[in-house]
Design a binder for this molecule. Structure first.
Ligand code: UDP
Ligand code: MG
Length: 344
Protein backbone atom coordinates (compact mmCIF):
# COMPACT_ATOMS: atom_id res chain seq x y z
CA UNK A 1 0.00 0.00 0.00
CA UNK A 2 2.81 2.22 0.98
CA UNK A 3 4.65 1.15 -2.14
CA UNK A 4 1.95 2.43 -4.47
CA UNK A 5 2.04 6.03 -3.29
CA UNK A 6 5.79 6.03 -3.44
CA UNK A 7 5.92 4.70 -6.96
CA UNK A 8 3.38 7.20 -8.21
CA UNK A 9 5.33 10.14 -6.97
CA UNK A 10 8.50 8.36 -8.11
CA UNK A 11 10.29 9.64 -5.06
CA UNK A 12 11.27 8.40 -1.65
CA UNK A 13 9.16 8.75 1.49
CA UNK A 14 6.08 10.94 1.19
CA UNK A 15 6.04 14.26 3.09
CA UNK A 16 3.47 13.06 5.60
CA UNK A 17 6.02 10.71 7.12
CA UNK A 18 8.53 11.84 9.68
CA UNK A 19 11.78 13.42 8.50
CA UNK A 20 14.43 10.96 7.47
CA UNK A 21 17.63 10.77 9.51
CA UNK A 22 21.02 11.51 8.02
CA UNK A 23 22.44 8.14 8.98
CA UNK A 24 20.80 4.75 9.43
CA UNK A 25 22.60 1.82 11.02
CA UNK A 26 21.34 -1.67 10.17
CA UNK A 27 22.12 -4.45 12.61
CA UNK A 28 20.99 -8.00 11.84
CA UNK A 29 20.50 -9.88 15.10
CA UNK A 30 19.97 -13.57 15.69
CA UNK A 31 20.00 -14.63 19.34
CA UNK A 32 22.11 -11.66 20.38
CA UNK A 33 20.25 -10.61 23.55
CA UNK A 34 23.46 -10.13 25.55
CA UNK A 35 25.13 -8.08 22.85
CA UNK A 36 22.48 -5.42 22.29
CA UNK A 37 23.21 -3.43 25.45
CA UNK A 38 27.01 -3.37 25.03
CA UNK A 39 26.66 -2.59 21.32
CA UNK A 40 24.40 0.41 21.94
CA UNK A 41 26.67 1.66 24.71
CA UNK A 42 29.54 1.89 22.25
CA UNK A 43 27.65 2.71 19.07
CA UNK A 44 25.46 5.59 20.20
CA UNK A 45 28.26 7.90 21.42
CA UNK A 46 30.01 7.40 18.07
CA UNK A 47 26.84 8.30 16.16
CA UNK A 48 26.22 11.34 18.36
CA UNK A 49 29.69 12.54 17.44
CA UNK A 50 29.59 12.06 13.71
CA UNK A 51 26.07 12.81 12.56
CA UNK A 52 23.25 15.25 13.16
CA UNK A 53 20.47 12.68 13.18
CA UNK A 54 20.43 8.91 13.11
CA UNK A 55 18.32 5.82 13.54
CA UNK A 56 19.34 2.25 14.32
CA UNK A 57 17.32 -0.42 12.55
CA UNK A 58 17.66 -3.83 14.13
CA UNK A 59 16.50 -6.77 12.09
CA UNK A 60 15.61 -9.61 14.42
CA UNK A 61 16.17 -12.70 12.31
CA UNK A 62 13.75 -14.95 14.19
CA UNK A 63 15.70 -15.01 17.45
CA UNK A 64 14.66 -17.59 20.00
CA UNK A 65 16.10 -15.81 23.04
CA UNK A 66 15.36 -12.49 24.72
CA UNK A 67 16.54 -10.43 21.75
CA UNK A 68 13.13 -9.07 20.75
CA UNK A 69 12.24 -8.15 24.35
CA UNK A 70 15.54 -6.28 24.66
CA UNK A 71 14.83 -4.44 21.44
CA UNK A 72 11.39 -3.39 22.67
CA UNK A 73 13.01 -2.18 25.87
CA UNK A 74 15.65 -0.25 23.92
CA UNK A 75 12.97 1.40 21.79
CA UNK A 76 10.99 2.49 24.84
CA UNK A 77 14.11 4.27 26.08
CA UNK A 78 15.09 5.81 22.77
CA UNK A 79 12.64 6.11 19.88
CA UNK A 80 15.47 6.24 17.35
CA UNK A 81 16.07 2.55 17.93
CA UNK A 82 13.57 0.61 15.86
CA UNK A 83 13.29 -3.02 14.88
CA UNK A 84 11.78 -5.32 12.32
CA UNK A 85 11.26 -8.84 13.56
CA UNK A 86 11.02 -11.77 11.15
CA UNK A 87 8.49 -14.55 11.61
CA UNK A 88 11.37 -17.05 11.55
CA UNK A 89 15.09 -17.25 10.82
CA UNK A 90 15.71 -16.22 7.22
CA UNK A 91 19.49 -15.78 7.36
CA UNK A 92 21.78 -12.81 7.65
CA UNK A 93 21.81 -11.89 3.96
CA UNK A 94 18.03 -11.53 3.90
CA UNK A 95 18.08 -9.69 7.23
CA UNK A 96 20.41 -7.14 5.66
CA UNK A 97 18.14 -6.62 2.69
CA UNK A 98 15.18 -6.14 5.05
CA UNK A 99 17.31 -3.56 6.85
CA UNK A 100 17.89 -1.75 3.57
CA UNK A 101 14.13 -1.76 2.94
CA UNK A 102 13.46 -0.14 6.32
CA UNK A 103 16.34 2.32 6.53
CA UNK A 104 15.57 5.90 5.59
CA UNK A 105 18.96 7.56 6.06
CA UNK A 106 20.98 9.37 3.43
CA UNK A 107 23.81 7.06 4.42
CA UNK A 108 23.33 3.51 5.64
CA UNK A 109 25.80 1.57 7.77
CA UNK A 110 25.61 -2.23 7.99
CA UNK A 111 27.25 -3.92 10.96
CA UNK A 112 27.20 -7.09 13.09
CA UNK A 113 25.74 -7.05 16.57
CA UNK A 114 28.53 -8.96 18.28
CA UNK A 115 31.01 -6.05 18.42
CA UNK A 116 33.33 -7.76 15.97
CA UNK A 117 32.82 -4.66 13.86
CA UNK A 118 34.18 -1.86 16.06
CA UNK A 119 31.62 1.00 16.12
CA UNK A 120 34.43 3.56 16.23
CA UNK A 121 35.34 2.68 12.63
CA UNK A 122 32.02 4.23 11.56
CA UNK A 123 33.54 7.64 12.21
CA UNK A 124 36.15 6.91 9.53
CA UNK A 125 33.42 5.66 7.19
CA UNK A 126 31.44 8.87 7.67
CA UNK A 127 34.53 10.98 6.99
CA UNK A 128 35.04 9.16 3.67
CA UNK A 129 31.35 9.52 2.89
CA UNK A 130 31.55 13.27 3.40
CA UNK A 131 34.50 13.29 1.00
CA UNK A 132 32.11 11.94 -1.62
CA UNK A 133 32.63 8.16 -1.59
CA UNK A 134 29.42 6.18 -1.93
CA UNK A 135 30.45 2.64 -1.12
CA UNK A 136 32.81 2.56 1.85
CA UNK A 137 33.73 -0.89 3.08
CA UNK A 138 35.59 -2.16 6.09
CA UNK A 139 38.61 -4.31 5.27
CA UNK A 140 39.51 -6.80 7.96
CA UNK A 141 43.12 -6.28 8.90
CA UNK A 142 43.61 -10.00 9.61
CA UNK A 143 41.61 -13.15 10.11
CA UNK A 144 43.90 -14.42 12.84
CA UNK A 145 41.13 -14.98 15.39
CA UNK A 146 39.03 -17.09 13.07
CA UNK A 147 40.44 -20.57 13.27
CA UNK A 148 42.72 -22.20 10.71
CA UNK A 149 40.13 -24.22 8.83
CA UNK A 150 37.68 -21.37 8.36
CA UNK A 151 40.47 -19.02 7.29
CA UNK A 152 41.74 -21.49 4.69
CA UNK A 153 38.22 -22.13 3.43
CA UNK A 154 37.65 -18.39 3.05
CA UNK A 155 40.96 -17.98 1.20
CA UNK A 156 40.07 -20.78 -1.20
CA UNK A 157 36.64 -19.38 -1.79
CA UNK A 158 37.99 -15.93 -2.67
CA UNK A 159 40.62 -17.43 -4.96
CA UNK A 160 37.89 -19.43 -6.72
CA UNK A 161 35.60 -16.42 -6.98
CA UNK A 162 38.45 -14.36 -8.36
CA UNK A 163 39.14 -16.94 -11.04
CA UNK A 164 35.57 -17.72 -12.07
CA UNK A 165 33.29 -14.97 -10.79
CA UNK A 166 32.16 -12.40 -13.28
CA UNK A 167 32.47 -9.61 -10.69
CA UNK A 168 35.68 -8.74 -8.85
CA UNK A 169 35.46 -8.76 -5.06
CA UNK A 170 37.74 -6.40 -3.14
CA UNK A 171 40.01 -8.49 -0.88
CA UNK A 172 39.05 -8.66 2.78
CA UNK A 173 35.80 -6.72 2.37
CA UNK A 174 32.75 -7.91 4.28
CA UNK A 175 29.34 -6.67 5.24
CA UNK A 176 30.65 -3.93 7.53
CA UNK A 177 30.21 -0.83 5.38
CA UNK A 178 28.57 2.51 4.72
CA UNK A 179 26.45 2.88 1.61
CA UNK A 180 25.20 6.14 0.20
CA UNK A 181 21.46 6.41 -0.49
CA UNK A 182 22.17 6.04 -4.22
CA UNK A 183 23.95 2.73 -3.65
CA UNK A 184 21.18 1.54 -1.33
CA UNK A 185 18.56 2.33 -3.96
CA UNK A 186 20.60 0.43 -6.54
CA UNK A 187 20.84 -2.60 -4.23
CA UNK A 188 17.11 -2.49 -3.58
CA UNK A 189 16.43 -2.87 -7.28
CA UNK A 190 17.80 -6.38 -7.12
CA UNK A 191 15.18 -8.91 -6.26
CA UNK A 192 17.38 -11.99 -6.14
CA UNK A 193 16.43 -14.71 -3.70
CA UNK A 194 19.83 -16.33 -3.38
CA UNK A 195 21.50 -13.21 -2.10
CA UNK A 196 25.23 -12.90 -2.05
CA UNK A 197 25.50 -9.32 -0.96
CA UNK A 198 29.31 -9.20 -1.07
CA UNK A 199 28.99 -9.71 -4.81
CA UNK A 200 26.10 -7.28 -5.16
CA UNK A 201 28.00 -4.52 -3.35
CA UNK A 202 30.78 -4.84 -5.90
CA UNK A 203 28.40 -5.22 -8.83
CA UNK A 204 26.58 -1.91 -8.28
CA UNK A 205 29.80 0.06 -8.70
CA UNK A 206 29.96 3.70 -7.41
CA UNK A 207 33.09 5.24 -5.99
CA UNK A 208 34.29 2.69 -3.46
CA UNK A 209 37.05 2.77 -0.90
CA UNK A 210 38.24 0.39 1.82
CA UNK A 211 38.89 1.35 5.43
CA UNK A 212 40.94 -1.15 7.46
CA UNK A 213 39.66 -2.34 10.83
CA UNK A 214 40.67 -4.95 13.39
CA UNK A 215 38.16 -7.74 13.77
CA UNK A 216 37.52 -8.07 17.48
CA UNK A 217 36.58 -11.24 19.32
CA UNK A 218 32.86 -11.92 19.50
CA UNK A 219 31.56 -10.18 22.67
CA UNK A 220 28.94 -12.74 23.80
CA UNK A 221 27.63 -16.02 22.46
CA UNK A 222 28.91 -18.09 19.57
CA UNK A 223 29.09 -17.61 15.81
CA UNK A 224 25.79 -18.37 14.11
CA UNK A 225 27.44 -19.83 11.03
CA UNK A 226 28.06 -23.52 10.83
CA UNK A 227 30.34 -24.99 8.16
CA UNK A 228 27.24 -26.27 6.41
CA UNK A 229 25.72 -22.78 6.27
CA UNK A 230 29.02 -21.35 5.05
CA UNK A 231 29.36 -23.95 2.29
CA UNK A 232 25.84 -23.22 1.13
CA UNK A 233 26.65 -19.52 1.18
CA UNK A 234 29.84 -20.02 -0.83
CA UNK A 235 27.93 -22.07 -3.43
CA UNK A 236 25.24 -19.40 -3.69
CA UNK A 237 27.92 -16.80 -4.17
CA UNK A 238 29.72 -18.66 -6.92
CA UNK A 239 26.58 -19.70 -8.74
CA UNK A 240 24.90 -16.32 -8.73
CA UNK A 241 28.00 -14.60 -10.06
CA UNK A 242 29.38 -17.17 -12.47
CA UNK A 243 28.03 -19.33 -15.24
CA UNK A 244 31.37 -21.05 -15.67
CA UNK A 245 30.29 -24.26 -13.89
CA UNK A 246 27.65 -24.58 -16.61
CA UNK A 247 30.04 -23.94 -19.47
CA UNK A 248 32.97 -26.00 -18.27
CA UNK A 249 31.22 -29.19 -19.41
CA UNK A 250 31.52 -28.17 -23.03
CA UNK A 251 35.31 -28.23 -22.65
CA UNK A 252 35.34 -31.35 -20.51
CA UNK A 253 33.10 -33.09 -23.02
CA UNK A 254 35.30 -32.03 -25.93
CA UNK A 255 38.48 -33.24 -24.26
CA UNK A 256 36.93 -36.57 -23.30
CA UNK A 257 35.57 -37.07 -26.83
CA UNK A 258 38.95 -36.30 -28.41
CA UNK A 259 40.66 -38.76 -26.06
CA UNK A 260 37.99 -41.36 -26.88
CA UNK A 261 38.51 -40.78 -30.62
CA UNK A 262 42.29 -41.16 -30.34
CA UNK A 263 41.80 -44.35 -28.35
CA UNK A 264 39.33 -45.68 -30.92
CA UNK A 265 41.83 -45.11 -33.74
CA UNK A 266 44.58 -46.72 -31.68
CA UNK A 267 42.47 -49.81 -30.96
CA UNK A 268 41.36 -50.01 -34.59
CA UNK A 269 44.95 -49.99 -35.83
CA UNK A 270 45.92 -52.49 -33.16
CA UNK A 271 43.11 -54.81 -34.21
CA UNK A 272 44.06 -54.52 -37.89
CA UNK A 273 47.74 -55.26 -37.31
CA UNK A 274 47.59 -57.79 -34.45
CA UNK A 275 44.11 -59.29 -34.84
CA UNK A 276 41.34 -59.40 -32.22
CA UNK A 277 42.54 -59.20 -28.65
CA UNK A 278 39.49 -60.03 -26.55
CA UNK A 279 40.41 -58.85 -23.03
CA UNK A 280 40.35 -55.03 -22.87
CA UNK A 281 37.69 -55.29 -20.19
CA UNK A 282 39.64 -53.00 -17.87
CA UNK A 283 39.89 -50.07 -20.27
CA UNK A 284 36.21 -50.49 -21.15
CA UNK A 285 34.93 -50.40 -17.61
CA UNK A 286 37.25 -47.53 -16.68
CA UNK A 287 36.04 -45.35 -19.52
CA UNK A 288 32.40 -46.17 -18.83
CA UNK A 289 32.78 -45.29 -15.18
CA UNK A 290 34.73 -42.14 -15.96
CA UNK A 291 32.14 -40.90 -18.42
CA UNK A 292 29.18 -41.74 -16.19
CA UNK A 293 30.88 -39.84 -13.39
CA UNK A 294 31.30 -36.79 -15.56
CA UNK A 295 27.72 -36.99 -16.74
CA UNK A 296 26.34 -37.27 -13.23
CA UNK A 297 28.45 -34.37 -12.06
CA UNK A 298 27.35 -32.11 -14.89
CA UNK A 299 23.74 -33.11 -14.31
CA UNK A 300 24.16 -32.23 -10.65
CA UNK A 301 25.51 -28.82 -11.52
CA UNK A 302 22.67 -28.23 -13.95
CA UNK A 303 20.35 -29.25 -11.13
CA UNK A 304 21.87 -26.64 -8.82
CA UNK A 305 21.20 -23.91 -11.34
CA UNK A 306 17.73 -25.17 -12.18
CA UNK A 307 16.94 -25.28 -8.47
CA UNK A 308 17.97 -21.66 -8.18
CA UNK A 309 15.90 -20.69 -11.20
CA UNK A 310 12.96 -22.47 -9.58
CA UNK A 311 13.46 -20.52 -6.37
CA UNK A 312 13.56 -17.25 -8.34
CA UNK A 313 10.49 -17.88 -10.50
CA UNK A 314 8.33 -18.71 -7.50
CA UNK A 315 8.72 -15.05 -6.59
CA UNK A 316 8.06 -15.61 -2.95
CA UNK A 317 8.57 -12.62 -0.70
CA UNK A 318 12.12 -12.47 0.56
CA UNK A 319 11.04 -12.39 4.20
CA UNK A 320 7.97 -12.20 6.41
CA UNK A 321 7.78 -9.57 9.12
CA UNK A 322 6.19 -10.83 12.32
CA UNK A 323 6.37 -7.63 14.32
CA UNK A 324 7.65 -4.09 14.09
CA UNK A 325 9.06 -2.22 17.03
CA UNK A 326 8.73 1.54 16.76
CA UNK A 327 8.12 3.41 13.56
CA UNK A 328 10.21 1.15 11.30
CA UNK A 329 8.64 1.66 7.91
CA UNK A 330 9.08 -0.17 4.67
CA UNK A 331 10.22 2.50 2.24
CA UNK A 332 8.85 2.25 -1.28
CA UNK A 333 11.16 0.56 -3.69
CA UNK A 334 12.91 3.19 -5.80
CA UNK A 335 11.75 3.49 -9.37
CA UNK A 336 14.72 4.27 -11.55
CA UNK A 337 14.33 6.47 -14.59
CA UNK A 338 14.95 3.59 -17.01
CA UNK A 339 12.40 1.37 -15.30
CA UNK A 340 9.74 4.06 -15.45
CA UNK A 341 10.38 4.55 -19.13
CA UNK A 342 10.04 0.82 -19.74
CA UNK A 343 6.59 0.87 -18.13
CA UNK A 344 5.16 3.42 -20.58
N1 UDP B 1 22.97 -13.28 11.97
C1 UDP B 1 21.66 -13.19 11.51
N2 UDP B 1 21.04 -14.32 11.05
C2 UDP B 1 21.66 -15.54 11.00
C3 UDP B 1 23.01 -15.60 11.44
C4 UDP B 1 23.62 -14.46 11.91
O1 UDP B 1 21.06 -12.12 11.54
O2 UDP B 1 21.05 -16.50 10.59
C5 UDP B 1 23.63 -12.06 12.47
C6 UDP B 1 24.24 -12.21 13.84
O3 UDP B 1 23.32 -11.96 14.86
C7 UDP B 1 25.34 -11.18 13.82
C8 UDP B 1 25.78 -11.19 12.36
O4 UDP B 1 24.70 -11.76 11.62
O5 UDP B 1 24.91 -9.89 14.15
C9 UDP B 1 27.04 -11.99 12.15
O6 UDP B 1 26.88 -13.29 12.65
P1 UDP B 1 28.03 -14.09 13.38
O7 UDP B 1 28.77 -13.20 14.31
O8 UDP B 1 27.41 -15.31 13.95
O9 UDP B 1 28.94 -14.47 12.14
P2 UDP B 1 30.54 -14.47 12.08
O10 UDP B 1 31.03 -13.21 12.73
O11 UDP B 1 30.96 -15.68 12.81
O12 UDP B 1 30.81 -14.52 10.61
MG1 MG C 1 30.54 -12.41 14.45
Amino acid sequence: MNDMTGLQSGQGPSPAQQPVPELSVIVPVYNEADNIGPLLARLQPVLERCTTSYEIVFVDDGSKDETLARLRQAHSEDARLVAVSFSRNFGKEIAISAGLDHAGGQGVVIMDADLQHPPETIELFVAKWREGYKNIYGVRADRANEGYLRRKAAENFYALFDAFGETKLPAGAGDFRLLDRQAVDALRLMGERARFSKGLYAWIGFSAIGVPFEVAERAHGVSKFSYRKLTRFALDGLMSFSTLPLKVWIYAGTIVSVVALVMAIYFLLQTITYGVDVPGYASLIVSILFLSGIQLMSLGILGEYVGRIFAEVKRRPLYIVGEKVGSAQHYPRPAFADERRAEH
